[in-house]
Design a protein around this ligand. Structure first.
Ligand SMILES: [Mn+2]
Length: 428
């Protein structure tokens, strides 16, 4: 017995001394006197997990672009934490930080967009988190001036990968709102830099082309008063200033109530030259029909500003917003539409009205906002690749692509009885 115990102990000693243990102290050595080489530091410490690091957009480099003109870039993520022109729930000033936090699982090392076939964060452009515009919460006239000057300051700089032959002269800015009124300073700046109006593709439950007098306005001298500047009237102002291409612009996802007793709001909207795609149209047209309608209206050459009010989504999915309207699109539908229109010539974009105080505990609205911005970024990068001749279609085909649901359904139909066939066919 004693012999046996001794043997076991000896065996264990031999076994443990033959293998390095988790509990051994690692050999710690001082870094070299001249310092650790940068590439080694980068290799060891240059990547983040989703939960580590300071909360910048997708863990990208943060530069306060407004005060760092020496740092050129191609695409800038710009927070605009302004929310003092809302008609219902305030709180979108916290949108930029919520959307940034929700982008945490977007990293350069796992950023490949399988729907599009590329990783926007490792591709050709320099994408920076440009930080926020510090906007006054006390004075909307001042705020509008600050937002316009800041946007123009960044937009007018030369892009890092400037190439006039492919129309890439100025950086693209993807703005994180903020309430929807931030689209006005963006459009003023774009129109100035691009020398004319741009097309607007506007995803929203609401029109946002409302005449300021469509709000309770007896106390204000409208139009022309500071109170005209609201998150429901900024496109009316922009249209009146000639910033929006009349007859090349689109609303998508509408389901708003209208003023008064008739379709007068639509008539005002017609004069501003928007095509209206309503939320319910997706059931008739399908995603592809919506995509075709948008592309048919805007084409792929006109400069276009994409403005996404997160309230285009159903509030069951995205409750954290200023003016929720039941019955909206799903995130999956919106993503598919955005992927379908990736050929547009996008010169600027925003994701607005994310109001985290009203979000669900899983932060679903901010997450949807981050996904929308990721899809738009992907499209801007992809269009740039196509224009530069860098896109080789065969290199971006998804392997083992599943057959479409329609094909699947057809297979099911072929495998079942005649009666069942007619029912399912009707549903298809
Ligand atoms: Mn809106």
């Amino acid at each position: 017995m004693r012999f046996l115990a001794h043997s076991i102990i000896s065996f264990c000693t031999i076994f443990t001394s033959a293998r390095a243990s988790f509990y051994d102290n690692p050999t710690l050595e001082l870094p070299p006197d001249g310092g650790t080489p940068i590439d080694e530091l980068e290799k060891k410490w240059g990547t983040d997990f989703g939960f580590s690091g300071i909360s910048t957009w997708a863990h990208l480099q943060h530069t306060r672009c407004l005060t760092t003109p020496s740092q050129l870039f191609d695409i800038g993520i710009l927070g605009i934490p302004f929310d003092t022109s809302v008609s219902f729930r305030p709180g979108a000033r916290f949108g930029p930080r919520a959307i940034r936090a929700a982008s945490a699982r977007q990293t350069s090392f796992r950023g490949f967009n399988a729907r599009a076939g590329l990783n926007p964060y490792t591709s050709w452009p320099k994408i920076l988190d440009c930080g926020d515009i510090p906007v006054s919460p006390f004075d909307n006239a001042l705020a509008l001036r600050q937002m316009s000057e800041a946007y123009l300051e960044l937009l007018h700089r030369p892009a890092l990968s400037r190439d006039e032959s492919v129309g890439w002269v100025h950086p693209r800015i993807v703005a994180l709102g903020g309430d929807h009124s931030i689209a006005l300073p963006a459009l003023r700046s774009l129109s100035k830099v691009y020398g004319g109006p741009v097309a607007v593709l506007h995803f929203d439950a609401h029109l946002d082309t409302w005449h300021p007098a469509k709000y309770p306005s007896a106390w204000f001298e409208s139009p022309g008063a500071q109170s005209d500047f609201t998150h429901g009237s900024m496109f009316w102002i922009a249209s009146n200033e000639g910033l929006i291409m009349n007859s090349s612009s689109v609303h998508a996802g509408l389901r708003t109530r209208l003023s008064g007793d008739d379709f007068g709001d639509y008539e005002d909207d017609d004069q501003q030259g928007f095509l209206r795609i309503e939320t319910d149209d997706i059931d008739v047209l399908g995603v592809n029909g919506i995509v075709q309608t948008i592309l048919g209206r805007i084409g792929t050459e006109k400069p276009v500003y994409i403005s996404v009010d997160i309230d285009v989504l159903d509030p069951g999915i995205a409750p954290g917003t200023g003016t929720p309207e039941p019955g909206g699109w799903t995130t999956r539908e919106l993503i598919q539409i955005l992927r379908g229109i990736e050929g547009l010539n996008v010169v600027g974009a925003d994701v607005v009205e994310v109001s985290p105080g009203y979000d669900d505990r899983g932060e679903g609205t901010a997450l949807a906002g981050a996904q929308v911005a990721y899809e738009i970024l992907t499209s801007i990068v992809k269009r740039g690749m196509v224009d530069r001749g860098l896109w080789v279609e065969s290199e971006h085909v998804k392997p083992n692509k599943l057959v479409s649901w329609r094909q699947k359904a057809q297979e099911v139909i072929e495998g079942i009885g005649e009666k069942a066939q007619s029912v399912v066919k009707d549903e298809l």
